[in-house]
Design a binder for this molecule. Structure first.
Ligand code: AMP
Length: 242
């Protein structure tokens, strides 16, 4: 028997739209975990395994890993006890096949379809954001750096580095791949729990908007557990999306 109101939230949006930032904020506000497939794959890439090396090659080039592989990873993760109250999916699904798989998986687990937030943003803004994106090599958190700011991770002090897949050529490929799959995924989710959010607004506004929609969701889909955390001021470093 599942507990009250489990909520499965999908964050769609191109690289740089703020999915990672919103996932972290929503996870805190709703007390449910975030599943970031990109982060899980990067971890595997660092593990030194043969599979990890193959994954890393795909990641560095900005290509997607296969549907079969990522679906297996997500199914295993969703089966963990901490997902019983729901979770936030950052980076999954990325293809229509994955979207169909997720519906079937949730149904098999006794849950309803996910609530989908599509973080929409103009491509020009994405390129600007991604060029100022840095990552901590130790904890994998991603940050938006201000020009001239000290680039160290506020959590563990490590020097931040650009993500290899944020190289201009790779960014272009990733945006192209995203665009190739978007219309199919949007078609799949449209008319059922699909919400398009303007992601050019400050991160706080985006979070409030999403929480507002979740708060107004029909009974049985509202998993709000804690108030939205106090807004963080934009300092030298502020977390940004994957
Ligand atoms: P992200 O951190 O979400 O930007 O993901 C980084 C990279 O991980 C992507 O460019 C893909 O190579 C891979 N990846 C993440 N999620 C998926 C997915 N759902 N399907 C296929 N590849 C993925």
């Amino acid at each position: 028997m599942h507990n009250t109101h489990p909520q499965f939230i999908v964050l769609l949006g191109p690289p740089g739209a703020g999915k990672g930032t919103q996932a972290e904020r929503l996870s805190g506000a709703l007390a449910i975990p975030t599943i970031s497939t990109g982060e899980m794959l990067r971890q595997e890439g660092r593990s030194g395994s043969l599979l990890g090396a193959q994954i890393q090659t795909l990641l560095d080039a900005g290509h997607l890993v296969s549907d079969e592989l990522i679906q297996k990873v997500v199914a295993q993760r969703l089966a963990q006890p901490d997902c019983r109250q729901g979770c936030i999916l950052d980076g999954f699904p990325r293809t229509a096949t994955q979207a169909r798989f997720l519906d079937q998986l949730l149904a098999k687990m006794g849950f309803g379809a996910p609530i989908v937030f599509d973080l929409a943003i103009a491509p020009e803004e994405l390129v600007a954001r991604l060029s100022l994106r840095r990552q901590c090599p130790l904890c994998d958190r991603t940050f938006q750096v201000l020009p001239g700011a000290i680039e160290t991770c506020p959590h563990d002090g490590a020097s931040l580095v650009p993500r290899p897949d944020d190289a201009p050529e790779t960014i272009r490929r990733r945006l192209r791949i995203y665009a190739d799959h978007t219309s199919e995924i949007v078609r799949f989710y449209q008319n059922r729990g699909y919400h398009r959010i303007n992601a050019s607004q400050p991160a706080d506004h985006v979070t409030s908007k999403v929480l507002g929609i979740l708060g107004n969701a029909p009974a049985g889909t509202n998993g709000l557990k804690r108030p939205v955390p106090a807004s963080q001021h934009l300092s030298a470093l502020s977390p940004v999306a994957h």
